[in-house]
Write a protein that binds this ligand. Structure first.
Ligand code: FAD
Length: 627
């Protein structure tokens, strides 16, 4: 009965990468085992297979959580991509057309890392145990969930869960479905994954290979006359061998879609045929097709037992219309994250990343709501901030689906000799889609639209930012703060700026002082004085300040600074010119300076001129309760 039901602030269903990221963050943000429950139907983290790639932006975030070291040291750092295409020389069959950088945009870690999904889950789960005694409640399945305000208005979510045959009811204020592509939460809430499947069938296999192919330790896109293969070099395993992942196109899939449409009026074969073909794929089919595509090189498992995992899949892209469900008072109560809201082909390595990033986006907003740290809306609920989860992540999911459609159909297309387009696709076309998608596939080009937490409402004459190359670091609300290297004034520490923005749930005011910093009546001193007073209005644990200064006289000492800088920022006061040209990278004129408020997840919320401290303060007042 409701009187005896277990009650939590937040229940999370599913402990894949998305669910674990959310549970860990909420536990770090102070939700104890009494307020937070995460269940998973499986007895352990994933043992083999599924996702294996981490984007540069995900690496930045794992670093901001103190979780990147093992991944960077023991994962496979993927720096280059080689493109192999049909050769005009019959003896060669295929030849390397080019090698490019895998990540072509500025990033703190300008490469991807491949490492098994289960290992990421284990890293998240082990860290979780520092904050939670229970960790994930495993072998526990969600049977169904409903919003039942009449049963208990304070804990309106009623979920039925089952552990080893025993059913029980848990109630909560919020519930998050991180339960994967077949999400029971999504179904219970009547949300639908909309989209389509293509007729392209691929096999994927993780193994230790024996091969004479020269680029086996680079990421490769191979378009051979016998079909396409993507090679993903992987981490070293306990035997001392290195794993390789192969994505292999399987039979019946080598006819390019364009040709089919032009040669027959009936178009591509029905998708049902593709499903039948998928069910016929075996480990042997995958190897036979891989062997054909690699010719004249050989490729085979190194020995018996060298295959770690394999699967066959049909390419499709689907997204749910809404990532949250509200109660009768329009309060967001149930959310879905990860594969529960979007599914797509795995080759661009997006699945685990986008899923964890959904949770990363939701976690701080949920924590602010649960702890009452954000102002209440008209109905008395601290809810407005939660609306922005759907606004932001649905936008990204739609972009992901569009990119994936373009990328996967190009990848399944056929290329003629020397990529000249005779077979339907040119090397340049493919490279163009690959490179254009780099902002997206790296995670670094993500840009959230205008909303309560992203304020771009800045007139041209008030805008202190010069330039528009946002991927290269020009500051822009909605984009992540690019890492720069600078020198801390107090101790000469040559530091990465992102290390002053750890994911601890705080907003940060980034003040790029102007060159008149030492003038007590100058614009910087006045701004810093006003900010000093302003910060005091917010809880100390939620807003802090980082100051960067342009070139100052050689005889400058710390005591020359306005009182406000000294009081708040000695250990986050940096020279912005000694390593990187920070002002240049961020698009700021050092004589003018600028303010930027960075959200707890590292995305810029608002920008203002130094003389417009009120603008920055107004932004914070909408999101953070004053004391
Ligand atoms: P999941 O990892 O699916 O986690 C969902 C969790 O919810 C699971 O632990 C599950 O046990 C639990 N769960 C489900 N239902 C319930 C319930 N009713 N009650 C309690 N718990 C429940 N991505 C790539 O990038 N490359 C690949 O090659 C690739 N291959 C894949 C192959 C397969 C067969 C699958 C299924 C996925 C693959 N993916 C791949 C996708 C990638 O694994 C996902 O994008 C990623 O795991 C999404 O994370 P998630 O946490 O949202 O969901």
């Amino acid at each position: 009965s409701p009187a005896t039901a277990e009650k939590y602030e937040v229940v999370i269903v599913g402990a894949g990468p998305a669910g674990l990221m959310l549970e860990l963050l909420l536990a770090r943000y102070g939700l104890s085992d009494d307020s937070l429950l995460c269940i998973d139907a499986k007895p352990t983290a994933l043992k083999s297979g599924q996702a294996d790639g981490l984007q540069p932006r995900t690496l930045e975030i794992l670093k901001s959580l103190g979780l990147a070291d093992e991944i960077l040291c023991e994962g496979c750092q993927m720096w280059q991509v080689a493109f192999w295409n049909p050769s005009e020389d019959q003896n060669k069959v295929i030849e390397r057309t080019s090698i490019v950088q895998d990540v072509a945009v500025p990033a703190r870690f300008p490469h991807e890392v491949t490492i098994h999904q289960g290992r990421i889950e284990r890293i998240l789960e082990m860290d979780l145990l520092r904050y939670s005694k229970r960790g994930v409640q495993r072998n526990t399945k969600l049977v169904g969930v409903e919003i039942d305000e009449d049963g208990d208005a304070e804990f309106p979510i009623r979920a039925e869960i089952e552990t080893e045959g025993q059913r029980r009811i848990v109630r909560s204020k919020y519930l998050v479905g991180a339960d994967g592509a077949h999400s029971a939460v999504r179904r219970s809430m009547g949300l639908k994954l909309e989209g389509e499947s293509s007729d392209h069938i691929w096999g994927v296999v993780d193994l230790v290979v024996d091969t004479d192919f020269p680029d086996i330790r680079r990421r490769c896109a191979i378009h051979s006359p016998a079909g396409s293969v993507m090679v993903i070099p992987r981490e070293r395993i306990a035997t001392g061998d290195y794993l390789t992942r192969l994505y292999v196109q399987v039979p019946g899939d080598v006819i390019p879609e364009r040709d089919q449409q032009s040669e027959t009026s009936t178009g591509p074969p029905p998708v049902a045929d593709a499903r039948a073909r998928r069910s016929q794929v075996t480990e042997k089919t995958i190897f036979d097709n891989a062997a054909a595509a690699f010719k004249p090189y050989y490729i085979r498992p190194k020995k018996d037992g060298a295959v770690d995992w394999w699967a066959a899949y049909q390419i499709g892209q689907r997204v749910t219309d809404n990532f949250s469900v509200k109660d009768s008072k329009s309060v967001n109560r149930v959310f879905i994250v990860g594969d529960a809201c979007h599914t797509h082909s795995p080759k661009a390595g997006q699945g685990m990343n986008v899923s964890m990033m959904d949770s990363y986006n939701l976690a701080w907003k949920l924590a602010y709501s649960v702890h009452g740290l954000t102002p209440a809306n008209a109905s008395g609920q601290p809810d407005a901030i939660l609306d922005t989860y759907n606004t932001e992540r649905h936008t990204i999911a739609k972009q992901l689906i569009e990119f994936d459609k373009a990328f996967s159909s190009m990848f399944s297309g056929k290329m003629g000799p020397s990529g000249d387009g005779a077979g339907g696709l040119t090397h340049d076309e493919f490279l163009e889609v690959f490179s254009r998608g780099n902002g997206f596939t790296s995670g670094c080009g993500v840009e959230y639209p205008e909303n309560l937490t992203v304020d771009r409402n800045l007139s041209e004459d008030q805008n202190p930012i010069h330039g528009t190359d946002y991927l290269s670091g020009i500051l822009r609300p909605g984009r992540r703060l690019l890492n720069v290297r600078l020198v801390r004034h107090a101790d000469g520490y040559r530091r990465d700026l992102q290390d002053d923005f750890p994911s601890t749930g705080r907003f940060r005011i980034l003040c790029l002082a102007s060159s008149d910093l030492l003038d007590s009546q100058g614009v910087s001193a006045r701004a810093l004085t006003a900010l000093g007073t302003s910060i005091l209005r917010f809880p100390k644990t939620l807003v802090e300040q980082v100051v960067i200064h342009p070139r100052l006289p050689k005889d400058f000492t710390w005591t020359d600074l306005p009182l406000e800088v000294k009081e708040h920022s000695e250990m986050s006061f940096y020279s912005g010119y000694e390593i990187d040209d920070v002002y240049g990278i961020y698009g700021i004129n050092p004589t003018e300076g600028a303010l930027a408020i960075v959200r707890p997840d590292g995305y810029i919320g608002v920008i203002s001129a130094l003389s417009e401290v009120n603008r920055a303060q107004g932004y914070l007042e909408k999101l953070v309760r004053t004391v």
